[in-house]
Design a protein around this ligand. Structure first.
Ligand SMILES: *Cc1c(COP(=O)(O)O)cnc(C)c1O
Length: 438
């Protein structure tokens, strides 16, 4: 507890004079009482600051010849898209549902990029009809289907092609997407990417703007993007040489890592972007290739540390000689990330009890033994039913991955501002759960 008092995980987390945990300056115990639990909180100030970190660095390094796209699969609801529009961000989407959410929030269609390795005909039609800005085409089947649909609509659709540079960023296998054997994109190494470019250039209703690659998520390694540039820029030059076409855009995907625990490094995003920009400029100059319009697609690093989840303790179970459990009123339905990737999290007790701590597995209420939010977390020994606990850094891939498993309603999303708080997504009700049943 002393260590905790000295340094909380993130600058937007603190303790007030009552010893209560605060998030974005708000008392979490009071928020839990006002809105109920489980409760997703989002620090709007931090969210906007994270956008500006990228946007300002892009402007410094590239002027207007660049764009930051928020990868909205990290957290997608109308208010996020409104905030992204206000912050001058573009957005990545991966489904008709995300596109509909963005458009219904007034997000400009031309700033929407559409991803996915298996877009359906309905997805493609929806995106074309709504005139979204750019498709990131994954494969030849999609290329042909999109060309046909664009022809029917009488438009020339802008596209990027997704290629795999064959880079292993050494993150968790399930979030590693840049290898030759990935399900995403066409591999440069096998020659399939060059064929893909050739096919794309032959489609009359498509305008090939450039290339996309995404090497993985939660990337910390210094040189991952630099190595990617070392493959992508020579490939752009090879396309120019072989096919006589100078592609003007390069999208390096998403992925700076965030701090889930005190052991994780704090990445200096503007400094990293400056390195990437310098390297891209040098590599382009070396090959006498015009500096491409530069795009990146951060998701996690925009929203993760803007989020926190509050829960109420329901059960404390001690099995002498084995293990202690604290069970809460949420779990894998609102945060499946430990079950999926063994993701680490920092957990705090919302009231500050000055007393010895014990290791507990923080588990959920869902009917799976794998429903663990975080194993072996330190919590006050006297923790009991009714106490509030906070799981930090839950802004990314929590709400967006939430399910109704066990027919448990999903929590609301409450936004925190310096002036107060407001509901961005209301709590699901039991009536919502049966609304689709005939
Ligand atoms: C998931 C994803 C991102 C975002 O990754 P983060 O780790 O959340 O920044 C960006 N681009 C693509 C293609 C993705 O699949």
């Amino acid at each position: 507890m002393q260590g905790e008092m000295q340094k909380m995980l993130s600058g937007n987390i603190d303790r007030n004079e009552r010893g209560h945990l605060t998030f974005a300056g708000h008392d979490t115990v009071a928020l839990a009482e006002q809105y109920g639990t489980p409760l997703y909180l989002m620090d709007e100030t931090r969210l906007r600051e994270n956008c500006r970190l990228y946007r300002d660095a892009f402007r410094r390094c590239f002027g207007e010849n660049a764009q930051v796209l928020y990868a909205s699969k990290a957290a997608a609801f109308r208010q996020i898209y409104r905030i992204m529009a206000e912050e001058g961000m573009g957005v990545d989407t991966v489904s008709a549902g995300e596109i509909r959410t963005a458009l219904s929030a007034g997000f400009p269609a031309e700033q929407i990029y559409f991803h996915g390795n298996c877009k359906t005909d309905a997805d493609i039609r929806c995106a074309v009809e709504n005139r979204i800005g750019c498709f990131v085409v994954d494969n030849v089947e999609e290329l042909l289907a999109l060309n046909a649909e664009a022809g029917k609509a009488g438009i020339r659709q802008k596209i990027l092609l997704r290629v795999t540079p064959g880079i292993d960023p050494h993150t968790y296998a399930a979030v590693n997407t840049g290898c030759v054997d990935s399900k995403f994109g066409a591999a440069i190494e096998t020659g399939q990417a060059m064929e893909f470019v050739r096919e794309a250039l032959a489609q009359p209703n498509l305008e090939l703007r450039g290339l996309h690659c995404h090497v993985g998520s939660q990337v910390f390694g210094e040189d991952v993007y630099l190595r990617t540039i070392d493959i992508m820029v020579p490939f752009l030059a090879e396309i120019r040489e072989k096919l006589g076409c100078t592609l003007p855009e390069l999208n390096l995907g998403g992925g700076y890592g965030v701090r889930y625990t005190a052991d994780d490094e704090q990445i200096d995003i503007p400094a990293r972007i400056a390195e990437v920009a310098a390297h891209l400029k040098a590599k382009s100059a070396e090959l006498d290739f015009p500096l491409p319009r530069f795009l990146m697609e951060p998701g996690r690093s925009i929203v993760a540390d803007a989020g926190m989840t509050l829960y109420t303790v329901g059960t404390v179970k001690r099995i002498p000689g084995y293990k202690n459990y604290v069970a809460i009123d949420g779990g894998m339905g609102d945060n499946p990330r430990f079950a999926l990737y063994e993701s680490r999290y920092t957990v705090y007790h919302a009231e500050n009890r000055e007393e010895p701590e014990t290791a507990f597995d923080l588990v959920g209420r869902y009917c799976e033994s794998g429903d663990i939010v975080q194993p072996a977390v330190s919590l006050p020994d006297s923790i009991r039913r009714g106490d509030i606990v906070a799981v930090c850094t839950t802004g990314a891939y929590n709400y967006s991955m939430a399910s109704n498993y066990n027919r448990i309603p999903r929590p609301p999303v409450v936004m925190l501002t310096p002036e107060g708080s407001y509901i961005a997504v209301r709590r699901e009700t039991l009536d919502d759960l049966t609304a689709l049943d005939l």
